[in-house]
Design a protein around this ligand. Structure first.
Ligand SMILES: [Fe+2]
Length: 231
């Protein structure tokens, strides 16, 4: 009969090894863009106007489902008037489309002539709020634009390291390796592929305001490709 495996917790060979190199391959690419100053100030005022107008209107605003001090505006399904059709959002709408096309073509290396913004909404997070790691289904790239963000007060956006798990697997504690955050400022737009998990930890100040959106290339190429036409 074969002897059982012996699991040892100690390595008796204390000699150092010489590492020749470390190759990081297939890095996660997060795009960053800055909205021109004159536009970002106008957009910030517009968002505050929307809060005043819609904060008590359940058709256009809702509290985050988990009881956190976080309000979402214009994220309801089947809105008669989506956020990007709101008067004053024209410049922002065309800018995030151009940024998305640039990111898809020049950072991800795909080919894309035009995009459809499938959803877009505003987030108003107060002190004590947070957003656990999540990703966005039914989308190719996602973005968050920071309308009102003060570093050291407002929680930065944190990305989780992609985790490919098979079953069964051996669990190795790698807390120190699994997340990295990006500190934006007012007017920063971050873009990433929608499957990446992201969120933020405890937010330390009121009015952490951001606009999030999902994007799909208008034409998906290939033998099973198709063209999207937004209603
Ligand atoms: Fe998100």
């Amino acid at each position: 009969m074969a002897p059982p495996f012996i699991i040892s917790h100690q390595d008796s060979d204390s000699q150092m090894v010489e590492r020749s190199d470390v190759f990081e391959i297939f890095p996660v690419k997060i795009g960053s863009y800055i909205f021109p100053h004159e536009h970002k100030t106008r957009l910030k005022h517009l968002c505050f106007d929307i809060f005043d107008k819609y904060k008590n209107n359940k058709e256009y605003s809702r509290q985050n489902a988990n009881g956190r001090p976080l309000t979402h505006y214009f994220d309801q399904e089947n809105l008669v008037s989506p956020l990007l059709d709101y008067p004053g959002f024209e410049t922002f709408n065309s800018w995030i489309k151009r940024c998305s096309i640039d990111y898809i073509n020049n950072t991800l290396g795909y080919e894309c002539d035009n995009v459809v913004i499938t959803s877009c909404w505003i987030n108003d997070c107060s002190k004590g709020g947070s957003q656990p790691p999540h990703n966005h289904a039914n989308s190719v790239i996602s973005g968050t634009y920071f309308v009102n963000f003060t570093p050291e007060i407002h929680a930065p956006l944190t990305f989780s390291k992609p985790n490919i798990e098979g079953k069964p697997y051996l669990s190795i504690d790698r807390d120190a390796m699994i997340a990295a955050h990006i500190e934006p400022c007012d007017g920063t737009l971050l873009l990433w592929e929608s499957h990446h998990r992201h969120g933020y930890d405890l937010n330390h100040g009121d009015k952490r305001i951001s606009i999030s959106f999902n994007v799909i290339p208008e034409t998906l190429p290939g033998v099973y490709g198709f063209k999207l036409i937004k209603r």
